[in-house]
Design a protein around this ligand. Sequence first.
Ligand SMILES: *Cc1c(COP(=O)(O)O)cnc(C)c1O
Length: 395
Amino acid sequence: MNEIFLENERKLFLKTYNRIPIDISRGEGVFLYDKAGNKYLDFFAGLAVNALGYAHPKIVEAVYKQISRFGHLSNNFITDVQLELAELLVRHSKMSKVFFTNSGTESVEAAIKIIRMKYGPEKIIYSMTDSFHGRTYGAMSLTSREKYKKGFEPFLPNTQTIKYNDVKDLEQKVNKNTAAIFLEFIQGEGGINVITEEFVTKLVELKNKFGFAIVSDGIQCGTGRTGKPYSHNHFDIKPDLIVTAKAIGGGLPLGALLSSEAFDDIFYPGKHGTTFGGNPVSCAAGIVVLKEVFENGLMEKVSTLGNYLLDELKRMQNMFPTQIKDVRGKGFMIGLELFYDGNEIVSQMRGRKILINCTNQNVLRLLPPLIVTKDEIDYFLFNLIEIFKEKNNGN
Ligand SMILES: *Cc1c(COP(=O)(O)O)cnc(C)c1O
């Protein structure tokens, strides 16, 4: 069954993905079910998208209701659902205005365009080593890892890299010729790397001196995933722009650029646009997500349970010091760095019907739905410990 399934995939698709060999039939809450009836605990959540898990009744209802009214109008109209979502986003991010997109990479493109308009074409836009900002050309130019870039040159001119958490490198490179700095306050694809207090302090100091823009990429680490609205909220900093996507559409394609007052009047009609961006059905689902996360107590729960999960994993590191090199992250965005290739553990966990991800070769990446319970976390921890034990015993 699975073989034919994967064989057809090979026949029909360009080879951009290594697929997980499970034929999913449906999802409910934090669980996925395959066609053979197996039930999987999902600690990957569609890459941090499914904050409310699968088939959340409120999302189902909101989507059904909206698509029965109209699925799409074009941005020649403003819709009530776009307005309601915009108000929620602006209020909880403490930004001034919003531009809706369909994805993370499009939000980054919108940010690059508004920065170029404000600062001109010559000034440098920086991003960090190990960053990931997306796959389209502007966003890819700001993505620093070789594996995503090799063979796609030439990139956007006047884009450069600063070493993540290297205060010296930051000080040396940034000056009055700097337009903007893009950063993930907690890096996702790069292996769950948390920015240091020291680096943020220096960043703010240099920004006050030179006036460049700080762009917080909250696409993966935003929307309550780390126990705060956006991961920069763990620090004393107000970014000029925030790019968001992934979880904000409740599983439907949606992204946004959020801007501070200084950017209010940079774009004017004709300078930027999108056919589908801010699709009403996606917005209707997004309203449910933001209300649940920001207003119905979910984010506070993520903070508490995230601390619990992190503490337990640190205990596990003490139990298996020859296997676990480091445990880091915040809320429900946690990385477990191993001394060996993490894909081994990923497939063993899959054998135990638990789905996790591995990034950067040896970092197990945990991104459970924000609705996950303590019991489900304990079940996950129990199984992970069993696997480390087996490995310790040489199995
Ligand atoms: C996923 C991601 C992107 C790109 O988002 P897409 O929706 O895949 O285009 C950008 N930045 C970060 C930090 C991401 O995790």
